[in-house]
Design a protein around this ligand. Sequence first.
Ligand code: FES
Length: 358
Amino acid sequence: MTRKTPAELRSARWFSKDDLRSFGHRSRMMQMGYSEEEFVGRPMIGILNTWSELNTCHSHFRERVQDVKRGVLMAGGIGVEMPALSVDESNTKPTSMLYRNLLAMETEEMIRSHPLDGVVLMGGCDKTTPGLVMGAISAGVPLIYLPAGPMLRGNYAGRILGSGSDAWKYWDERRAGKISDAEWQGVQGGIARSAGTCMTMGTASTMTAIADAMGITLPGASSIPAVDSGHQRMSADCGRRIVDMVWEDVTPDKIITASACRNAAVVAMATGCSTNAVVHLIAMARRAGHDLTLDDLDALGRVTPLIANVRPAGKDYLMEDFYYAGGLRALMKQIEDRLDTSCLTVTGRTLGENLEGA
Ligand code: FES
C-alpha cells in the first residue's frame, strides 16, 4: 500500500506554503498555543461533535471527544473538535426530519472549507447518522463514524423498559386507569437511565448498524453501550485509525460502494430495522452515487431472515442484551453468505476479515 507524504496532505495547502496566506493560518494556530511541529506535516483530524445539552442521547460526547483526541495524538496526528448541528429526537419540535439535510450541508462545508485531512463523525441520534455521513461523502476525505451507542436497558420496579414502545404502552395503561400517577412517574424516571441512544432497534440503532455494515465504523462499534468502558476504548481507536487512513488515502468512495450499500440493507433487514432505514439508506447510497431503490429494499426484505430478537420487532431483548450476545459482528457472521465480504472497511481490511472469530 502506498502512503502519502506530508507534502501531499490536504492540510499542507493551508500550512506548508511560504506565502502570506499560509503565514496567516500558521500564526493563528500558534495563537492557540500550538507549535508548528504539532500541526505542520501531520494529519489534521476534524472531530465533528454533535453534542448539546438538549441532545440527551449524546450527553457523553463531551468526554468521548477527549478519547478520540487521545487516539489521534498517539498516532501522530492533531485532532480538532468542531461542533456540528446537534439534531436530536428528544427535544426537537415539530420534527428533526427537517434538519437532516441541514446537518449534511453543514458537515460538507465544514470539511471542505477547513484544513482537514480526515474526520471522525460523532453521531447516533436518528438523523445525525445519515446527516453526517451524507455530508462527509460529498466532502470526500477519509472518515470514521463513531456511533454514540445505545443507552442501558430501562428499569422500573424490576420491569425492563424499552424506549418508545413502553412509553406508549404505559401511557395507554395510565389512560385506562390501570397504573397510578406514582407508577407513571416511576416509568418516566426509569425509561431512559443513562447516556446513549434509544435502546430498542429503533431508528438510531438501525442507522448505526447500517453504518457498521457499510464498513464506516470500527467493526461492531454500533453495538457497544454508550456508558461501557469499551465505548471509550473504541473512541480512542477511532482516533488512532483515522490518522493511518489519511496516510493510506482510504477515502469514502473506496468503502461506500454499491455492494456496501446492499450489505447495509441486508443487515438492516436481518435486525428488524426501523422503517426509517428506507428513507435514509436510499439517501446515503444516492449521495455516494449508487441508485438503491425502494424495489431493491423490498426484494431484499422478502428473502432476508429476521434473526435479531430485539424490540420492537423482537419480543424479549434490548440493545444491551444484543451487545452481550455478540452484537452486530455476531449477527453479520450468521448471514455472512448473504453479504459481499470482499468490501473494504475503515480498518483497511475486508468485511470478511473483520468478521473472523466473531
Ligand atoms: Fe435519540 Fe431516540 S431520541 S435515539
